[in-house]
Design a protein around this ligand. Structure first.
Ligand SMILES: NC(=O)c1ccc[n+]([C@@H]2O[C@H](COP(=O)([O-])OP(=O)(O)OC[C@H]3O[C@@H](n4cnc5c(N)ncnc54)[C@H](OP(=O)(O)O)[C@@H]3O)[C@@H](O)[C@H]2O)c1
Length: 382
């Protein structure tokens, strides 16, 4: 009885949303990025020079459009073995043909005549079964994985709330957080084999506007009204919180780093594809001063390939930091939002997420020690 009463009290004290100051902070960072990110990152080269990548195997989600496409192109042209995890595999194959042609026309050297080292695998994040199939197929190859880049994401601006057909989760939550989390955990054995390895999660300044109500992650209770940016920002915050707990759970010896990275505000992607054409043009002109793709891909490339990133994640681990590494649009180590630093909520997000994606609470330990885990029918309830 006493503990129920205490739980009741702590629930009453629970935060119901962001404070005015937190919103102001979010707006100031967002506006700064829209207007000044090019100036603040003028020290960075275009394109960003990359270290030698020929020994690296990299899985990249969402490689067929926007930031992911530019990241894929840079990694492949720098010699990485790239696995394009795409829902539209034809578009991925078309890109590979285009890039191979481009390379052989642009130079007459023997090296340029070699085909790029890219393979394509099917992945639809709107289906958790597709994630399981992808991981099973990859793991069956028993190949080490050096980098996983969870880039694919959606922002259904202007669309009503929707839910994934197979799994029943709010679509931002599923594509931006739940499915990439499942993919990450299922690929841990392969990342361990490829260590020192890294998990790079494409975050967003949008996470500064996010608030996760762990009892209403699908935003269906009516306590907080759904609108698409709320779905997006909450899913991006959940992703950062989950990443922080994952980096805590991964022992230093595993050699696996977890990094969240903000690309900044990036023009000419398909992120606002759901808006009517005219509004898309308005949106693009509003962010006229923001990064074009060649600049917007740099922080993700930096997070995925630069050696000092792993040194930084190791130092965070040694300090037992309760937040994961966060790389800003200008390739500097930055800070996550105040809400994302809430360890108690992050732990709840971790537990809830595992529950929703059908993994046992000891999945990380089991997978890293070589055991298998069963992915059970997920729990859609909030
Ligand atoms: N653009 C920005 O200003 C900005 C700012 C902050 C953060 N971000 C983040 O950066 C990442 C890339 O965004 P972007 O702007 O480059 O957007 P984008 O052009 O729309 O690219 C998104 C990619 O994700 C893929 N994708 C979407 N739904 C998927 C699903 N169900 N299964 C598998 N793949 C799926 C898309 O595949 P298709 O090609 O088949 O559509 C596409 O390749 C996202 O995580 C986004 O949140 C972007």
């Amino acid at each position: 009885m006493a503990s129920t009463f205490q739980n009741g009290l702590s629930n009453q004290k629970q935060k119901q949303g962001l404070s005015f100051t937190e919103y102001c902070k979010g707006w100031s960072v967002l506006l700064y990025e829209i207007f000044f990110e090019k100036i603040s990152s003028r020290h960075l080269k275009i394109p960003l020079p990359l270290p030698p990548l020929s020994d690296l195997t990299i899985i990249l989600t969402g490689p067929t459009s926007g930031i992911g496409l530019e990241v894929a192109r840079n990694l492949a042209f720098s010699g990485a073995h790239l696995v394009m995890a795409a829902r539209n595999t034809k578009a991925a194959h078309d890109l590979i043909n285009q890039w191979n042609n481009e390379r052989s026309y642009s130079s007459s050297s023997d090296e340029a005549k070699q085909l790029l080292d890219i393979e394509v695998m099917k992945l639809d994040l709107l289906s958790l079964q597709s994630v399981v199939n992808f991981a099973q197929e990859w793991n069956s190859k028993s190949r080490p994985l050096n980098v996983l880049i969870n880039n694919a994401g959606i922002l259904n601006l202007g669309k009503p709330q929707s839910f994934s057909e197979e799994d029943g989760f709010e679509t931002h939550l599923q594509v931006n957080h739940l499915a990439p989390s499942l993919l990450t955990i299922l690929l841990l054995p392969s990342l361990k084999k490829g260590s020192p390895s890294r998990i790079v999660n494409c975050s967003s300044t949008g996470h500064l506007f996010g608030f996760v109500d762990v009892d209403d992650m699908n935003l269906t209770s009516g306590r907080r009204k759904f609108f698409s940016f709320r779905g997006y920002s909450s899913s991006k915050l959940a992703q950062v919180m989950f990443s922080s707990i994952l980096q805590k759970k991964l022992l230093l010896e595993s050699g696996i780093s977890v990094v969240c990275v903000s690309p900044g505000i990036v023009r000419n992607t398909n992120v606002v594809r759901d808006l009517p054409k005219m509004l898309q043009q308005v949106f693009q002109s509003l962010i006229f001063f923001a990064y074009p793709l060649k600049e917007g891909c740099r922080s993700v490339l930096y997070a995925a390939t630069y050696p000092e990133v792993q040194d930084y994640t190791k130092s965070l681990k040694a300090q037992d930091s309760h937040v994961c590494a966060y790389i800003d649009h200008d390739c500097t180590f930055g800070n996550v939002s105040k809400e994302a630093q809430n360890l108690e909520t992050s732990m709840k997000v971790w537990d809830k997420t595992l529950n929703m994606i059908g993994l046992p609470s000891d999945a990380v330990d089991k997978l890293l020690s070589g055991d298998t885990v069963e992915v059970s029918k997920n729990d859609r309830s909030d």
